[in-house]
Design a protein around this ligand. Sequence first.
Ligand SMILES: [Zn+2]
Length: 171
Amino acid sequence: MQYIFLSHDVDWRKQGASREHILKRKQRFDKVTINNLGVRNPYYNIPDYMAIEDRYGVKSTFFFRTIYEDGDFSDYEDDIQALINGGWEIGLHSDPKSTNSLEKLAGEKKQLELIANHPIIANRVHYHYTDGCIHIYLHENQRIPNSYSIRENVGFVQKSEKRYSNSYLAR
Ligand SMILES: [Zn+2]
Protein backbone atom coordinates (compact mmCIF):
# COMPACT_ATOMS: atom_id res chain seq x y z
CA MET A 1 0.00 0.00 0.00
CA GLN A 2 1.36 3.39 -0.93
CA TYR A 3 0.13 6.51 0.83
CA ILE A 4 0.25 9.96 -0.68
CA PHE A 5 0.22 12.98 1.57
CA LEU A 6 -1.20 15.98 -0.26
CA SER A 7 -0.87 19.37 1.41
CA HIS A 8 -0.87 23.11 0.82
CA ASP A 9 0.94 25.82 2.73
CA VAL A 10 -1.18 28.95 3.01
CA ASP A 11 1.80 31.27 3.12
CA TRP A 12 0.12 34.59 2.34
CA ARG A 13 -2.56 36.65 3.97
CA LYS A 14 -5.96 36.27 2.30
CA GLN A 15 -5.42 39.45 0.25
CA GLY A 16 -2.30 37.82 -1.22
CA ALA A 17 1.02 39.34 -2.05
CA SER A 18 1.27 42.98 -3.03
CA ARG A 19 1.06 43.96 -6.68
CA GLU A 20 4.65 45.14 -6.44
CA HIS A 21 5.80 41.75 -5.10
CA ILE A 22 4.01 39.94 -7.93
CA LEU A 23 5.31 42.25 -10.66
CA LYS A 24 8.87 41.74 -9.44
CA ARG A 25 8.34 38.00 -10.05
CA LYS A 26 6.35 38.38 -13.24
CA GLN A 27 8.07 35.44 -14.92
CA ARG A 28 6.37 33.06 -12.50
CA PHE A 29 2.92 33.96 -13.78
CA ASP A 30 1.17 33.66 -17.11
CA LYS A 31 0.07 36.71 -19.04
CA VAL A 32 -3.62 36.35 -18.15
CA THR A 33 -2.81 36.28 -14.43
CA ILE A 34 -0.73 39.46 -14.72
CA ASN A 35 -3.38 41.21 -16.82
CA ASN A 36 -6.08 40.30 -14.29
CA LEU A 37 -4.18 41.38 -11.19
CA GLY A 38 -6.64 44.20 -10.57
CA VAL A 39 -9.61 41.83 -10.47
CA ARG A 40 -8.22 38.48 -9.34
CA ASN A 41 -5.77 37.75 -6.55
CA PRO A 42 -3.65 34.84 -7.86
CA TYR A 43 -2.69 33.86 -4.32
CA TYR A 44 -6.21 33.13 -3.20
CA ASN A 45 -7.26 29.81 -4.65
CA ILE A 46 -8.56 27.67 -1.80
CA PRO A 47 -12.02 27.16 -3.43
CA ASP A 48 -10.26 26.18 -6.69
CA TYR A 49 -8.20 23.52 -4.91
CA MET A 50 -11.28 22.25 -3.10
CA ALA A 51 -13.07 21.85 -6.44
CA ILE A 52 -10.09 20.08 -8.03
CA GLU A 53 -9.71 17.72 -5.11
CA ASP A 54 -13.43 17.01 -5.08
CA ARG A 55 -13.18 16.06 -8.73
CA TYR A 56 -10.45 13.53 -7.94
CA GLY A 57 -11.96 12.32 -4.68
CA VAL A 58 -9.02 13.34 -2.50
CA LYS A 59 -8.75 15.44 0.64
CA SER A 60 -5.59 17.26 1.54
CA THR A 61 -4.26 19.16 4.54
CA PHE A 62 -4.15 22.98 4.43
CA PHE A 63 -1.52 24.45 6.70
CA PHE A 64 -2.48 27.96 7.89
CA ARG A 65 -0.23 30.43 9.62
CA THR A 66 -1.42 32.53 12.55
CA ILE A 67 1.08 35.29 11.79
CA TYR A 68 0.83 36.85 8.35
CA GLU A 69 2.86 39.80 7.15
CA ASP A 70 0.45 42.75 6.80
CA GLY A 71 -2.52 40.47 7.33
CA ASP A 72 -4.73 38.75 9.83
CA PHE A 73 -5.22 34.98 9.82
CA SER A 74 -8.81 35.39 11.01
CA ASP A 75 -9.59 36.62 7.48
CA TYR A 76 -9.44 32.92 6.60
CA GLU A 77 -12.13 31.93 9.10
CA ASP A 78 -14.78 31.17 6.46
CA ASP A 79 -12.31 29.15 4.37
CA ILE A 80 -11.18 27.18 7.41
CA GLN A 81 -14.79 26.43 8.31
CA ALA A 82 -15.61 25.40 4.73
CA LEU A 83 -12.58 23.12 4.63
CA ILE A 84 -13.39 21.45 7.93
CA ASN A 85 -17.05 21.02 7.04
CA GLY A 86 -16.02 19.50 3.71
CA GLY A 87 -13.73 16.93 5.35
CA TRP A 88 -10.35 18.55 4.76
CA GLU A 89 -7.70 18.71 7.45
CA ILE A 90 -6.40 21.99 8.84
CA GLY A 91 -2.87 22.14 10.15
CA LEU A 92 -0.80 24.85 11.75
CA HIS A 93 1.90 26.40 9.55
CA SER A 94 3.79 27.61 12.57
CA ASP A 95 6.03 30.62 12.71
CA PRO A 96 9.78 29.86 12.63
CA LYS A 97 10.15 31.80 15.89
CA SER A 98 7.84 29.28 17.59
CA THR A 99 9.93 26.28 16.60
CA ASN A 100 11.81 25.97 19.85
CA SER A 101 9.27 27.54 22.20
CA LEU A 102 6.62 25.39 23.78
CA GLU A 103 4.70 28.49 24.86
CA LYS A 104 4.68 30.20 21.46
CA LEU A 105 3.81 27.01 19.63
CA ALA A 106 1.00 26.15 22.04
CA GLY A 107 -0.31 29.71 21.65
CA GLU A 108 -0.39 29.44 17.86
CA LYS A 109 -2.11 26.05 18.06
CA LYS A 110 -4.73 27.42 20.43
CA GLN A 111 -5.41 30.48 18.23
CA LEU A 112 -5.97 28.31 15.18
CA GLU A 113 -8.16 25.89 17.15
CA LEU A 114 -10.35 28.81 18.24
CA ILE A 115 -10.92 29.89 14.64
CA ALA A 116 -11.30 26.32 13.40
CA ASN A 117 -13.43 25.24 16.34
CA HIS A 118 -11.67 21.92 15.88
CA PRO A 119 -8.57 20.21 17.33
CA ILE A 120 -5.41 20.90 15.31
CA ILE A 121 -2.97 17.99 15.28
CA ALA A 122 -0.93 18.66 12.15
CA ASN A 123 2.02 21.00 12.03
CA ARG A 124 4.51 22.20 9.47
CA VAL A 125 6.92 25.01 10.18
CA HIS A 126 6.95 27.99 7.81
CA TYR A 127 10.55 28.38 6.60
CA HIS A 128 12.13 25.72 8.72
CA TYR A 129 15.62 27.16 8.74
CA THR A 130 17.61 24.06 9.41
CA ASP A 131 20.29 24.22 6.72
CA GLY A 132 18.71 21.20 5.13
CA CYS A 133 18.50 18.89 8.10
CA ILE A 134 16.66 18.76 11.37
CA HIS A 135 18.72 20.00 14.28
CA ILE A 136 19.59 17.27 16.69
CA TYR A 137 20.15 18.07 20.35
CA LEU A 138 21.50 15.77 23.00
CA HIS A 139 19.18 15.11 25.91
CA GLU A 140 20.07 12.56 28.57
CA ASN A 141 22.35 10.67 26.22
CA GLN A 142 19.57 10.33 23.70
CA ARG A 143 19.52 12.01 20.36
CA ILE A 144 16.17 13.82 20.28
CA PRO A 145 15.17 16.18 17.48
CA ASN A 146 14.44 19.23 19.62
CA SER A 147 11.70 20.93 17.62
CA TYR A 148 10.02 17.56 17.20
CA SER A 149 9.92 16.75 20.88
CA ILE A 150 8.54 20.24 21.63
CA ARG A 151 5.80 19.71 19.12
CA GLU A 152 4.84 16.39 20.66
CA ASN A 153 4.54 18.11 24.02
CA VAL A 154 2.13 20.62 22.50
CA GLY A 155 0.02 17.78 21.10
CA PHE A 156 0.84 17.63 17.41
CA VAL A 157 0.61 14.15 15.98
CA GLN A 158 1.48 14.91 12.42
CA LYS A 159 4.56 16.95 11.63
CA SER A 160 5.79 17.57 8.14
CA GLU A 161 8.38 19.82 6.68
CA LYS A 162 9.52 20.72 3.24
CA ARG A 163 13.03 19.54 2.72
CA TYR A 164 15.03 19.59 -0.47
CA SER A 165 11.84 20.82 -2.16
CA ASN A 166 10.02 17.57 -1.37
CA SER A 167 7.29 17.27 1.19
CA TYR A 168 7.55 14.32 3.44
CA LEU A 169 5.60 13.02 6.34
CA ALA A 170 7.84 13.02 9.34
CA ARG A 171 5.85 10.50 11.25
ZN1 LIG B 1 5.44 28.47 4.41
